[in-house]
Design a binder for this molecule. Structure first.
Ligand code: ADP
Length: 269
């Protein structure tokens, strides 16, 4: 339940009579609250690995520094924690860049089929023993109007999640098709444990995680889907997440095709 906030403004009518306006400030209070929570969460997420690194440095300065095995183990942990901070900072920078560009419509034609093929071969090269990535790409799909780097980030984040949260040995499917509306649809499906319905509406909130331990163990920052949502919004697209517990998750994205007036991509939310 949202807290209602009203602001009272006192003015005068043309004839000089005093008048009181009540202005609904509920939205701007909620936005302010979100901003405060975001800064607090981000600071906390950075403080935890930093505290751990400082602790290990201190221990290394003491007797543990003498023992080679112990020293190497500590260095490994410090490296992992520093990498975690780096990923988080990179995601924070991405988010603020996307937000800064929010009102600039991206308009380069991007061939998603090509992009998916590239990312797929990148990920297949990088993984060892990960799930098979199946691509189901229709061949008459028009290019979308977009920002190539940002769309690549969307695909990386979604395919990355499908690989992280998918069932061991389960496949990850990436689909591309022309939607009946003329828009282009991208699907990323996994065969994982799925997500309970009560979590679905909150997944794109910054730092919202269903299982924080699992997300952290998999190297997640909790910002991946927030970034996806912002990029899709900037592209005047639409994001849907469907999931069935025990079966898996499908993320669907609709994007306006290049050359269609962006304004005609009227989106029902
Ligand atoms: P994270 O870095 O934690 O993966 P995201 O913003 O990408 O952050 O996702 C938020 C949360 O949504 C994850 O922590 C996870 O709990 C859940 N989630 C995202 N994608 C999937 C998926 N394909 N299957 C199951 N859960 C998912």
């Amino acid at each position: 339940a949202r807290e209602q906030r009203w602001e009272m403004r006192i003015g005068r009518t043309a004839s000089g009579a005093q008048i009181v306006h009540l202005v609904d400030q509920t939205d701007s209070y909620a936005a302010e609250r979100m901003r405060i929570d975001f800064v607090a969460n981000a600071s906390h997420e950075l403080r935890t690995p930093l505290a751990s690194i400082l602790g290990y440095i201190e221990t290394l300065g003491e007797e543990a520094g003498e023992e080679k095995d112990l020293r190497n183990r500590f260095l490994r942990i410090m490296f992992d924690e520093a990498r975690r901070m780096q990923r988080l900072i990179e995601d924070l920078i991405s988010l603020s860049r996307i937000e800064a560009e929010k009102y600039r419509l991206p308009d380069t034609p991007v061939d998603l089929s090509l992009l998916i093929k590239e990312i797929r071969s990148e990920l297949v090269d990088a993984r060892d023993g990960g799930p098979p990535i199946i691509s189901a790409l229709q061949d008459d799909v028009p290019p979308v109007s977009g920002d190539r780097a940002q769309l690549s980030q969307v695909l990386h984040n979604l395919i990355g999640n499908a690989m992280k949260y998918g069932r061991k040995g389960g496949a990850v499917t990436v689909g591309l098709e022309r939607h009946p509306t003329g828009m282009v649809r991208v699907l990323v499906r996994d065969e994982g444990d799925g997500i309970a319905p009560e979590h679905l509406p909150r997944l794109t909130e910054r730092f919202y995680r269903v299982d924080a331990g699992r997300s952290r163990a998999a190297g997640g920052t909790g910002l991946g889907l927030a970034i996806v949502k912002h990029i899709v919004e900037r592209h005047r697209g639409r994001l849907d997440i469907e999931s069935t517990l025990g079966e898996g998750t499908t993320v669907k994205i609709l994007l306006p095709a290049h050359g269609t007036p962006a304004g005609s991509a009227v989106i029902k939310r």
